[in-house]
Design a protein around this ligand. Sequence first.
Ligand code: IDP
Length: 152
Amino acid sequence: MEKTLAIIKPNAIANAEEIEKMIIKDGFTIVQRRRVLLSKEQAMEFYAEHRDKPFFSDLINFMTSGPVLAMVLSKDRAVRAWRRLLGPTSVAAAIKKHPDSIRARFGSSDTENAAHGSDSAESAEREIRFFFPDVTLYPILSGMEARDFVDD
Ligand code: IDP
């Protein structure tokens, strides 16, 4: 099973339960979850690729304005499946094209778009490690035991 990182952003924390229900209904397993308050430095590291974008400081202020809920989701082709349930980055586009998506239902602006999803398997690996550094995703085991744990 593939894994991806989901974050419920500060503006949608009040809707976390409903969003989790949508996640389960869509066939994902929530493997890990952690509610955290990001520091400015952590948010800037997480979104480093956007540091030169005009919306960067708004994004950092928003992402540190309250707690977020980070989750590791597992499902066949989880990265793509979660991006689909999430909807497009722009909330206006989400409402227009994917009204049942999480961003359409819970997003309030292009910055405050309710939730995050890794955009590739490589990003997912980095982002999962960022929020869950203590989780060993691929346990080092041997023999029969190893076969039971191989899930990718
Ligand atoms: P993604 O979250 O859909 O992968 P990215 O382009 O990686 O989209 O942008 C990261 C986050 O930055 C978005 O989720 C959103 O919160 C914010 N953002 C992206 N584009 C804009 C914009 O044009 N205006 C304001 N905020 C933006």
